[in-house]
Design a binder for this molecule. Structure first.
Ligand SMILES: Cc1cn([C@H]2C[C@H](O)[C@@H](COP(=O)(O)OP(=O)(O)OP(=O)(O)O)O2)c(=O)[nH]c1=O
Length: 188
């Protein structure tokens, strides 16, 4: 089995259900949303594309790809690479409800692709300027969808989470397990 992801969180989450991939081979593709693309569609498209790209490099292997997106309404927040982007995300998320969509695709050895989507709804407290500044200084936002990581200090901003904590971190374990069972890789 190949994990088509550069995210160490996804590897850790898989290990929690006893799955250790034989290799990690990130897809590294263009993650620009299409014009007018809705968040759930976007996450599903990217998870499928990551898995397909890596499956083409490993014929016959079981390949798992995933994508996590933070959305406010129809708006897709960026994966924060700069402090300015992370600040913009946190200001938008402050005192608001948002969704985290985590799509997973598993392609089996015969080339059959199976897909699942996890949707979580989170509500953040209203963030003060000094809370945002302290969070940005901590650096946990780097490379994270929506500019925060719920598995770190940002969990203290979460008033309410409905859905999948593992999905927010990057790999929804309920859906991932269901895919692995369907493909015969885990016992049902
Ligand atoms: C919202 C949120 C996202 N994230 C992470 C999960 C993903 O790694 C990242 C979203 O980017 P993704 O494009 O889903 O994943 P990635 O670029 O890290 O890895 P790859 O494309 O190779 O699979 O944000 C957290 O770790 N915690 C959170 O609370």
């Amino acid at each position: 089995m190949i994990l088509a992801s550069a995210s160490p969180r996804r590897l850790d989450l898989l290990a929690r259900i006893g799955v250790v991939p034989d290799a990690v081979d990130p897809a590294d593709l263009d993650e620009t949303p299409l014009a007018g693309e809705l968040p759930a569609r976007y996450a599903a498209r990217l998870a499928a594309a990551k898995a397909a790209l890596v499956a083409a490099r490993h014929p016959g292997a079981l390949v798992l790809g995933a994508d996590t997106v933070v959305a406010v309404g129809r708006r897709i927040l960026p994966k924060a690479e700069t402090e300015a982007e992370a600040r913009h995300c946190l200001e938008l998320l402050s005192g608001r409800r948002h969704r985290v969509l985590s799509a997973v695709t598993l392609i089996d050895g015969a080339g059959t692709a199976r897909h699942r989507l996890s949707t979580s709804i989170l509500s953040f407290k209203r963030l003060t300027g000094s809370e945002i500044a302290a969070y940005l200084a901590g650096g946990e936002w780097r490379g994270k969808a929506g500019g925060y990581a719920v598995q770190g200090a940002a969990e203290a901003f979460v008033r309410h989470l409905a859905g999948s904590h593992s999905g927010v971190v990057g790999l929804p374990l309920f859906e991932t397990r269901a895919l692995l069972v369907a493909a015969g890789r885990l016992d049902g």
